[in-house]
Design a binder for this molecule. Structure first.
Ligand code: ZN
Ligand code: ZN
Length: 418
């Protein structure tokens, strides 16, 4: 294609974008006739938002409500807002979302914001704004982590994100490459994406069922800079692939997804662990994280880059220093094989084994969606306003499952299923 032609064509293949929207509605959400949909997205992602609305209504949606954000509006706040603004959040909106979920609305988030949007802003302001937002978001988040309703995250190739990933390329080329990477990871480049997802879900369920059959008491990770024992919560349940929300609807919450995951015991994590990929957190890159756990709590934390932000994240609340998720992803996963660093957790967490600071998921407990938050906490489930995944896996990491009697079973060797 010549430069001249490029100016007049679209870097994002419209046929694949339409398939992505269809997969988001049919596989991601499993949207049911009559069900409402609350969608959040950046204004730049409107082409995908519109396609999702089309497929949602074709699937019989009651009402589709998009809520749009915009990078320039967010940056205007950092440039011009008075200081008190940074302790404010749109609590009324999140209460409204919670109310919609109580009325059985599904939730879809289109991600793809510029990962470095807030990189130049004052860390103290970013952290205050994040804290106010996380706190206000709680009514809506509790219904999502509690799996009250079917939900899904899918992504759109925005220009700023693409340019960060492919800094040497022209914008057209960068967006095209990111779009193709998203389509491939989301399996919409296949002839029949819906069938490809059914097969992928079956494969993830085989791994999930194997781990649930073992009922390990802990996982032990060992590799360069890592010697970590992650005790698993009492009555934990491994999840992976499609799962069923409390409202009875089966969904794939993340597109893409390559992980099987469960809940660690908030008090039983010990040892040291080093991150294997940078973590892009709300506009800041946190790299080469090294932490030490004692009795489930991070007692020492370092990072080569972004250490100040990491420190503020850990101080969000008591649960922010403890784990809410441990996940297994083979090093040979398609996202890992792409060799790309996406600066976006939805993708990067599916390239490597990872752990998450903060809130656990109710569905990672046996009958978890029937348990109260207090019962989940009593079984070792962690509670926090945050949930932040970071990558600890690589082709140099081994992992064993450890039974209560100390017997060990190889789970991963050199980053692959043993
Ligand atoms: Zn995960
Ligand atoms: Zn997670």
């Amino acid at each position: 294609m010549t430069t001249h032609q490029r100016q007049f064509s679209n870097p994002i293949d419209p046929v694949k974008l339409d398939k992505l929207a269809e997969v988001a509605v049919k596989v991601g959400l499993g949207l049911q006739p009559g069900q409402d949909l609350v969608m959040t997205a950046s204004a730049e992602a409107l082409p995908l938002v519109r396609k999702i609305a089309e497929h949602a209504y074709k699937a019989g949606a009651g009402l589709v409500t998009p809520l749009l954000s915009d990078e320039q509006v967010t940056l205007a706040r950092y440039r011009f807002a008075n200081d008190a603004s940074f302790d404010r959040a749109a609590g009324w909106l999140y209460e409204g979302m919670a109310k919609a979920f109580d009325g059985n609305a599904a939730r879809l988030g289109v991600v793809g914001d510029n990962p470095m949007m807030l990189a130049e802003q004052e860390p103290a302001k970013v952290s205050r704004a994040n804290k106010a937002n996380s706190t206000a978001y709680q009514p809506a988040l509790a219904r999502i982590t509690g799996f009250d309703i079917n939900w899904n995250l899918v992504s759109y190739p925005t220009a700023a994100w693409a340019k960060l990933m492919f800094p040497g390329e022209e914008e057209f080329v960068a967006v095209n490459r990111l779009a193709e990477a998203i389509f491939s990871a989301s399996r919409v480049d296949r002839d029949d994406p819906i069938a490809a997802w059914a097969e992928h879900n079956r494969n993830l369920h085989v791994r999930r069922d194997w781990l649930n059959g073992h009922r390990f008491a802990a996982l032990h990770f060992k590799g360069p800079g890592t010697d970590l024992t992650v005790g698993l919560a009492d009555g934990h349940l491994w999840q992976g692939g499609a799962s069923t929300a409390k409202n009875g609807i089966t969904c794939n919450a993340n597109i893409p997804t390559e992980e099987v995951f469960t809940s660690p015991h908030a008090m039983r994590v010990d040892g040291t662990v080093t991150s294997t990929k940078p973590l892009s957190y709300q506009g800041t890159l946190i790299d080469q994280i090294a932490v030490r756990f004692e009795g489930g709590r991070i007692v020492e934390a370092k990072a080569a880059k972004g250490e100040e932000v990491l420190g503020k994240v850990l101080d969000t609340d008591e649960g922010a220093r403890r784990l809410g998720e441990v996940a297994l992803v083979p090093h040979s996963s398609p996202i890992s094989s792409s060799g790309l660093l996406f600066f976006n957790t939805l993708f990067d967490e599916n390239a490597a084994c990872h752990i998450a600071l903060g809130q656990c998921y109710a569905k990672t407990f046996v009958d978890g969606t029937k348990l109260t938050p207090e019962q989940i906490a009593a079984q070792g489930g962690n509670k926090s306003f945050i949930h932040i995944d970071w990558m600890i896996g690589s082709n140099e990491i081994d992992s064993d499952g450890v039974h209560a009697d100390g017997r060990r079973v190889p789970v991963f060797r050199k980053g692959e299923w043993a």
